[in-house]
Design a protein around this ligand. Structure first.
Ligand code: IMP
Ligand code: MG
Length: 179
């Protein structure tokens, strides 16, 4: 049967912008007198990182990393591996990991372990979206969360389905309908 994709709006561009401003205000307060390394996860966080970084007033360095997770339908544990590691020195620096979405949490658990091993002065996580009902990994609570959302597959504002929809200015639920 053929499926048609439909996108049900969930978070408008205005709502996202207002929340990104609130997150940046909180980060600006928490990092007074410090400089930050904003570490974005490609590709999903590229728009969030661009918007958030322009609202941050502390001295900031920007870097990106890229990971892939290799799911296996027979195993609940997905394997995470780097496609691109951070390119700047992190030791002694204040690292703020900028994530698009925390779903099962395996990616974030892997990244927290890796980044801690690089001995930063501090490591915090800013995730735009959080799906707590899907969590499998044991994880500390992310320090900054944009929105908690229900268990739905969402696209837009950087998030994709098969590399599509990242450029939508809003976030919506991707729904498959029989036609
Ligand atoms: P994890 O399950 O927390 O390890 O999330 C792995 C990755 O899956 C995230 O960084 C996203 O790239 C992707 N992902 C999880 N949920 C969604 C979604 O609803 N839409 C698009 N990508 C998602
Ligand atoms: Mg991601």
């Amino acid at each position: 049967m053929t499926k048609k994709e439909r996108i049900e709006p969930l978070l408008t561009a205005e709502k996202i912008d207002a929340r990104v401003s609130e997150l940046a205000d909180q980060i600006n307060k928490d990092y007074v007198g410090k400089s930050i390394i904003l570490m974005g996860t490609l590709k999903g966080a590229y728009i969030f990182m661009a918007d958030l970084s322009r609202k941050i007033t502390a001295p900031t360095e920007i870097d990106c990393l890229k990971v892939s997770s290799y799911g296996d339908s027979t195993s609940p544990i997905s394997q995470v591996a780097f496609d691109q590691k951070p390119s700047i020195e992190l030791e002694g620096k204040h690292v703020l990991l900028v994530e698009d979405i925390v779903d099962t949490g395996h990616t974030l658990a892997y990244l927290r372990r890796y980044l801690e091993s690089r001995k930063p002065a501090s490591l915090k996580v800013c995730a735009l979206l959080d799906k707590p009902s899907r969590r499998e990994a044991v994880l500390p609570e992310s320090e900054y969360i944009g929105f908690q959302i229900p268990d739905a597959f969402v696209v837009g504002y950087g998030l994709d389905f098969n590399q599509r929809y990242r450029n939508l200015p809003f976030i919506g639920e991707l729904i498959f309908e029989d036609i």
